[in-house]
Design a protein around this ligand. Structure first.
Ligand code: CA
Length: 302
């Protein structure tokens, strides 16, 4: 091989060769050099194989609203590009005070398979707005995901139930979460699309739905919107009986009772008091002993 190259190079250097032949020879020399170099490639491939794991996310950036009930996050795509099935771990790390629904994905990954895992990202209300970075690692793979925390939204309607913690005795998930009852949407035609709360204990009363304030608030009125649409009228599917209670100090105080309701909306007005939480305790539905359904719960000072 080398002697052939020497002859070709000598011919290339000779002044007698015509230009066309020199070009042809030059191409041949280049090809021979490539072949010689190509012979070295297997040595490179013989080094230890890189990790077969792959990491990706379905979005390039996550926006976070630092309030309860904000539904935000990303999908982790955790794959095995190798030829062998493996058990593998992916670690997800977020800087304080961000919170992740999970920090570890540990899974069996068949060869060629990519696992998709939803990761929720949240932040407390006092999180300074700005850019944060989530780090994902698996094997020798490492990935950074930018997170932009926005300023906490402010409700200017006076509804104290917006953007605070909400909880319930039970939730009929995924379509009827407690968060749906404080999302600002009172429209019963949206029922079933996460905009209203439905308990998950059919045939069992009472149920309860609660909002907890960041600090004690003066409350004097609770508006409850139960299910009421052309398809699901309140006098057939809505709440019939419930108590409104306020958490004063360590005790629940019943501030209003609603009985025999057939309407889609009921406003309970009572003497204002200072409470750290408000809840409705449901007693019965116009459908009979089935479910509690609340499209929106609003709490005001008066
Ligand atoms: Ca709602």
């Amino acid at each position: 091989m080398l002697s052939t190259l020497k002859i070709m190079l000598s011919t290339l250097r000779s002044r007698g060769a015509d230009p066309a032949r020199r070009r042809s020879l030059a191409v041949t020399v280049a090809a021979v050099v490539l072949v010689v170099l190509g012979g070295a490639v297997p040595a490179i491939a013989a080094r230890p194989a890189a990790s077969p794991l792959t990491l990706a996310t379905d979005v390039g950036q996550v926006t976070v609203n630092p309030v309860p009930c904000a539904n935000q996050g990303f999908q982790l795509l955790f794959g095995n590009a190798g030829r062998k099935d493996v058990y593998a771990d992916a670690f997800i790390e977020a800087p304080e005070p961000l919170r992740l629904s999970r920090s570890l994905v540990s899974s069996y990954l068949p060869a060629g398979y990519t696992l998709k895992v939803a990761i929720a990202v949240s932040a407390p209300r006092d999180t300074p707005p700005g850019r944060y970075t989530i780090t994902l690692t698996a094997g020798d793979q490492r990935l950074s995901l930018p997170v932009d925390v926005e300023p906490a939204p402010v409700d200017d309607s006076g509804d104290l139930a917006r953007y605070v913690e909400v909880s319930a005795s039970s939730e009929n998930l995924p379509n009827y979460p407690a968060c749906g009852a404080v999302d600002g949407d009172r429209d019963s035609t949206h029922w079933g699309t996460t905009t209203g709360w439905n308990d998950s204990t059919k045939g069992s009363f009472p149920d309860w739905l609660r909002v907890t304030f960041d600090k004690p608030e003066t409350v004097g009125r609770v508006d409850l919107y139960t299910l009421d649409s052309a398809k699901y009228p309140a006098d057939r599917y809505g709440l019939r009986d419930w108590d409104v209670q306020a958490l004063v100090g360590d005790g629940w105080k019943t501030v209003a009772q609603v009985r025999g309701n057939l309407a889609g909306q009921v406003s309970s007005v009572f003497a204002p008091l200072t409470a750290s939480a408000v809840r409705v305790v449901t007693q019965s539905s116009n459908e009979g002993v089935t479910y509690s359904r609340v499209v929106e719960l609003e709490v005001y000072a008066s």
